[in-house]
Design a protein around this ligand. Structure first.
Ligand code: GRF
Length: 220
């Protein structure tokens, strides 16, 4: 059973998806706490309603960014997680903290990485005229949204799509991708070693692709 701590800054629908899968007995994890950098994040209420420790720290209470990050991750460490999941966590984390958690921290990002790291991913995909869009789960490293990508889910961009429509159609796919990716980690099928991501003990040449039927397609 993999102990997980989730970090979220807002709505918390990805966190809720992990919680629901765990409760259905479909995800071998135990969510030990939900931490946030926003004291009013709705994700905190989802945790509280589920009886999960919900902890918010306010960046304004700390001398600088690094001090906040170290304090937040020190709180996370108390729960001894085998994995930290950034699920809509909107802060860039200090490099020194990231290194402490290398291989034990993942993020879900709403683009087909390495395309569109950072913000406004849906607008950028539309403006580029891309035929498809999607989401990625990657190990977190010091490079923003730049860590080794574990898995992606892809969908077509349709004529007339707006950024809002794209985000709305992508969100349920994100939920499925995050649950399926955390499942791979919980079952130790995905690991991050010195020589990159391994899937079932073999180097992962390209991100796994989540198919509509929930199975994985290995590419390359
Ligand atoms: C998701 O689209 C996620 O990919 C991005 O921020 C959004 C968070 O949504 N990082 P939620 O808080 O999980 O509902």
């Amino acid at each position: 059973m993999l102990d997980v701590v989730v970090l979220a800054s807002g709505r918390g629908s990805n966190f809720a998806a992990l919680l629901a899968a765990q409760r259905r007995g479909e995800l071998p994890i135990r969510i030990r706490a939900l931490l946030s950098d926003k004291t009013a994040a709705p994700a905190l209420d989802i945790a509280r309603d589920a009886g999960i420790p919900a902890i918010a720290l306010a960046p304004a209470d700390f001398a600088d960014r690094a001090a906040f990050d170290h304090a937040l991750f020190a709180r996370a460490a108390i729960f001894e997680p085998g994995l930290i999941v950034l699920a809509g966590y909107m802060r860039v984390i200090d490099d020194s903290v990231i290194e402490d958690w290398r291989g034990r921290i993942v993020n879900i990002h709403p683009s087909l990485l390495p395309k569109y790291p950072g913000l406004r991913t849906h607008v950028r995909a539309l403006e580029a005229g891309d035929p498809t869009h999607g989401a990625s789960v990657h190990f977190v490293t010091a490079q923003l949204d730049g860590g080794p990508v574990i898995a992606r889910v892809e969908m077509p961009i349709l004529p007339g799509d707006t950024p809002r429509a794209l985000a709305a159609r992508l969100l349920p796919l994100e939920h499925r991708l995050l649950v399926a990716s955390v499942d791979l980690i919980a079952r130790q099928r995905i690991t991050l070693g010195e020589d990159g991501v391994k899937f079932d003990g073999e180097p992962l040449a390209a991100p796994l692709q989540l198919q509509a039927d929930g199975t994985w397609r290995a590419v390359g």
